[in-house]
Design a protein around this ligand. Sequence first.
Ligand SMILES: *[C@@H]1O[C@H](CO)[C@@H](O)[C@H](O)[C@H]1NC(C)=O
Ligand SMILES: *[C@@H]1O[C@H](CO)[C@@H](O)[C@H](O)[C@H]1NC(C)=O
Ligand SMILES: [Cu+2]
Length: 254
Amino acid sequence: MFSIISVLLAAAFGAASVNAHGYVQDVVVGSTHYTGYLPYQDIYMNPQPERIIRAIPGNGTFELVEECVQCNGYTDGGVIGSKPAPIFASPVPAGSQIGLNWTAWPDSHVGPIITYLARAPNDITQWQPGTDAVWFKIDEAGKTADGKWAATDGLYATDSIYTITIPPKLMPGQYIIRHEIIALHGAFDYPGAQFYPSCIQIEVTGTGNALPTSGLVAFPGAYTPDTPGIVFDVYDNPDSTYPIPGPAVWTGGN
Ligand SMILES: *[C@@H]1O[C@H](CO)[C@@H](O)[C@H](O)[C@H]1NC(C)=O
Ligand SMILES: *[C@@H]1O[C@H](CO)[C@@H](O)[C@H](O)[C@H]1NC(C)=O
Ligand SMILES: [Cu+2]
């Protein structure tokens, strides 16, 4: 029974791999490595390994209109977002760095790397944000003045590791990190941009008390066809700046 299901799943994912491209495979906090959710291995294991990243169906993508723009998750029984993961990284001291280790990223897939946080109001292993406006941006990288894209040139220069810093004055608590690449090779039209979010569960420690109270956004919702940077012709704009989608980076915790 199990093997028949595996074969069917493998066939389904094989078909999806035609436009398949990557995910975060490893998260580094201090000297601790947390293996990411591995979509081509974890589902075949019994029991399934416990991960800090919410499950994703594969290395593929989807269009903005779909509900999985929140966490790249399965839309489980109509739930927007993803199933919570069973564990979280802890402790993650406020002010510390986190390394996000991507699988090999195709060089056609130029685009920005953007990171949001959302503070869980209760147990993060049970929490699904749904359509609530709970997300704030803590980091973004798009295209440099000399035309280098974060998702390709940037990752190639750092061994596929993107490093973020947890705001030093951030209020302690459980947070989802929503870390994404938006691939723009098809973004000259709508819907053409491809979204590759990962949702990583952490517990932040410290003595800060900063938390934004306004300007929070929802996923889906934060990006629309009219949001600057969602439609963008990377081929016709070699010299122009790229407007990174979403709200301004929150600096109140710095
Ligand atoms: C995506 O997954 C497919 C199916 O397993 C695989 O063939 C392909 O190499 C993967 N691509 C990347 C970039 O990991
Ligand atoms: C990224 O993760 C892969 C898979 O676990 C590992 O082989 C590789 O060494 C990691 N890269 C770095 C720079 O730690
Ligand atoms: Cu793609």
